[in-house]
Write a protein that binds this ligand. Structure first.
Ligand code: ISE
Length: 276
């Protein structure tokens, strides 16, 4: 089906372990391909996709890191790149889900925090140098086999220090926070705009229930921009290289968690093919 002349472009949203084979088939057929995150569960598989794309001579792959399309993160990116507030020094972030079932300790990094790994690297325009993961006291609401919450610490090559809380059973809503502390100002990710209601002797501003509600605009913008770019004959979203870097970082953070040590993150050199 992917090779058919009636197919212009391919969207891969199968289970993670099956991403590689369909992305490879699309590259072989010379079709644009949008692949949900992660590009592949292992960094080696991401690298195979990168190599195949380079060998094909044309950029075709986009990875579904949709936070880059969220209007709030885009505002932060504009503020940072304006330079008006100086350089970012520290980022304090949180990724909270109301509740998740059948989730394991490794999924907090590899399935959840992978979003921060990508969007924060894009926000500050720098690769990571080290990763650590620590376990605070666990919530009684975590199912067996899950340490929840967790805190991931990342440093970038220039020394920016990032902390991200992952709390997948916070039991109050879906809440994403990002505070960028710069030399001359602190930038905060906007909260979703929900009307404040006065009721029962309280002022209440609703919080989203899950990611599909919180990031609905990001998903819509992402797909429209991807379609526009395909029609114009280019890829301008997160690349296969971004997918590879995300997975290398997630694996380093997982190793840091399992060994309870600080792990150095080592990527291959970015090929010229991906330099814009
Ligand atoms: C899920 O796979 C997502 O992509 C959501 O955005 C994230 O909040 C959730 O933790 C993940 O499990």
């Amino acid at each position: 089906m992917i090779a058919s002349d009636n197919i212009d472009a391919v969207i891969v949203t199968t289970l993670d372990p099956f991403h590689e084979q369909y992305v490879m088939a699309a590259i072989k057929a010379g079709k644009y391909v949008f692949c949900e995150k992660p590009l592949a569960p292992e960094a080696d598989a991401c690298k195979r996709i990168v190599d195949a794309e380079i060998a094909g001579g044309k950029q075709l792959v986009q990875v579904g890191f949709m936070r880059r399309y969220d209007p709030g993160y885009r505002q932060l990116k504009e503020l940072i790149t304006s330079g008006q507030y100086g350089l970012p020094l520290m980022l304090h972030c949180a990724h909270r889900n109301k509740e998740i079932h059948n989730f394991t300790t490794d999924m907090s990094v590899e399935n959840s925090l992978i979003h921060e790994i990508d969007v924060l690297r894009w926000l500050i325009g720098e690769d990571y140098a080290t990763a650590e993961v620590v376990f605070p006291k666990s919530t009684r609401n975590a199912e067996e086999g899950l340490r929840d919450p967790q805190i991931m610490y990342l440093t970038t090559k220039s020394g920016v220090r990032i902390d991200v809380e992952s709390f997948v059973n916070c039991h109050y809503g879906y809440d994403i926070k990002c505070e960028v502390v710069c030399e001359e100002g602190v930038l905060n990710l906007p909260e979703p705009a929900n009307a404040m209601v006065r009721t029962n002797a309280a002022r209440v501003t609703p919080i989203c229930n899950d990611w599909s509600e919180r990031f609905v605009d990001a998903y819509n913008i992402e797909f429209q921009e991807w379609i526009n770019a395909c029609k114009a004959g280019r890829v301008d979203g997160p690349s296969a290289w971004d997918g590879y870097v995300g997975q290398v970082t997630a694996k380093a953070a997982s190793k840091a968690r399992d060994t309870q040590t600080k792990v150095e993150i080592k990527y291959d050199e970015m090929p010229d093919f991906y330099k814009k």
